[in-house]
Ligand binder design. Sequence first.
Ligand code: FE2
Ligand code: FE2
Length: 235
Amino acid sequence: MIRFAAIGDVHCWAEGVGHIRPLFERVNSEADILLLAGDLTTAGTVREAEVLCDELSDVKIPIISVLGNHDCEENQEAEITRALQSHNITVLDGNTAILNIKGKTVGIAGVKGFCGGFDKYAVEAFGEQALKSFVHASLREAIKVEEALSMLDTDYRIVLLHYAPIRETVVGESTELWPFLGASVLAKPIDALGANVVVHAHAHYGSPRGTTKTGIPVFNVARTVAKGYLLYELE
Ligand SMILES: [Fe+2]
Ligand SMILES: [Fe+2]
């Protein structure tokens, strides 16, 4: 049995030394992989990312991550990625990680994702250029999901996102916020190509689980929703 732990929105901060470490005290014995679903930092600084690396220094299982919107705030995504990678934390952005665990291959397709809204209320690329750019940013993220998933020929396939791909897991948040919490376009390639499970974060007050249109389980692992990390067994 292969088990992963997943959590997002840890939102490390520069003075927060010692605050995150206790969350992961048991993760080495409870899980085979740790997935971080973005918003690793509060204000998107390298210093905050370094605090996180230090807080995770006792975690010995593979750590696979995507960035979230907070990690983009200072336009230092590349520097944050390098800081994490220098501490053996894999950061995915439209690519994949493949792990060999207990004789099985586990593939992770990781993408930050973006906003845009859900189903018939999704924002459309019509009218002003600014609105078209917004929608196109979402479509580009969906293409990254498609490209990453199509590369995975593993026994298990996990999709790791920051933004929500379905409406169900943002329920609980104000409806006015829903278009900014995720986008259905992210779920289209997942339904087309298949996956065992999807995890995302970002909706701090959303719902813990839902399914895509084809029935793939989706978990909102925002720290406040998962109450720590989610533990999930791949079957
Ligand atoms: Fe967050
Ligand atoms: Fe976020």
